[in-house]
Design a protein around this ligand. Sequence first.
Ligand code: NAD
Ligand code: ADE
Length: 415
Amino acid sequence: MEFKVRDLSLADRGRAQIEWAERHMPVLVKLRSLYADRKPLEGVRISASLHVTKETAVLVRTLLAWGATVSLAPCNPLSTQDDVAAALVEEGVSVFAWRGMSGDEYMWAIRVVGLRDPDIVMDDGGDLHVMLHEELRDRAVRVWGGTEETTTGVIRLRALERAGRLLYPVVAVNNARTKYLFDNRYGTGQSTVDGILRATNILVAGKVAVVAGYGWVGRGIAMRLRGMGARVIVTEVDPIKALEAVMDGFEVMPMARAARLGDIFITATGNKDVIRAEHMLEMKDGAILANAGHFNVEVSVEDLERISVSKRVVRPYVEEYTLKNGKRLYLLAEGRLVNLVAAEGHPSEVMDMSFSNQALAVLYVKENRGKLERRVYDVPPGQDEMIARLKLETMGIEIDELTEEQRRYLESWKG
Ligand code: NAD
Ligand code: ADE
């Protein structure tokens, strides 16, 4: 079996981590055992580009238990948990991932898993899907279908679909309500604060935090920072989201004004160049810059380099840039996803729902092989409700049921 990881001797530690995650992912574990006997993925080759974390390992273990063969690349060069990668190799997964890969090594790993003749392709961010569509078309035309974990990946796939260039159907796992309402909002909300605190150990209370983007991720971050006593400013380009932020009680203003006020800046837009040289030059000495969006393009690191005279690492994942104007700015995690680089990503409880959606989406692709069009699909009807019900059940929470009379009332035009 081919693989490339940092150090196989870390496997025992990785296994303990995976077991810890498994304790907190009861829905996925339940789904695993529900279908394990009939091995629904027997003989199916899956290539995946996902953050190599303990939670991803629980998903991969589920796919293995269902009979699949799995090849795994990371979806970010800095997010791999090396101990987990080692443990997965020992469990029979072809892993090509280690923390701190160069850009070239990262693209190499994506290519290697793309070349493994996948039947099903799982991705987080779209790099593997795009690689298959642009450079490995001979492999892409044989793919049955795929899944996509995050907003940015879905945006890229929809662009391929609009251009008439999508070569296989893809299930947009991100768009499941049991994904984005919890993962993007509460998962990123908590883990982004976790990443910033692990990197800097600063006191949040009393700081001015600027959150760029008030989508699901931005909302979660703004909410949690406010909960810890920060004064939160939101920047937006969408008037409806901006209005929502105002009515949620946040200050809203353009980045050009917020730049002068913030102590901590966090981007969560999925867009590029949200914080640029013109903003950086206005910032306070000591301002901290972090990103929670998928790619490292939201804070323009290129601009930061260009307007700086020097830089040095002052703590793990904290780089101090001294600008030509004498001020110092602190960039966290090289401008990459701060929650996965400086912390461990979302807590397992949240990934339980995201990855239950992934696992069921893979089954859906397999069961509908040849029947789906080359389109971006939502998760199948009923999947969200099933996952939410299972999650509530594992949390010991009961809810009411409609009476027959109530059901009829809600379906009727009569008062
Ligand atoms: P979303 O579409 O719900 O929200 C993005 C928001 O950013 C929108 O409201 C949009 O109007 C706003 N925006 C766009 N350009 C802007 C600009 N120049 N200035 C200010 N606001 C701008 O998307 P989302 O689900 O919140 O995801 C945001 C990003 O986070 C994506 O890249 C996504 O893939 C990523 N993501 C990261 C994690 C993580 O673990 N860090 C988890 C989930 C999603
Ligand atoms: N995305 C965000 N958090 C994650 C995690 N813990 N594992 C895998 N992907 C993630």
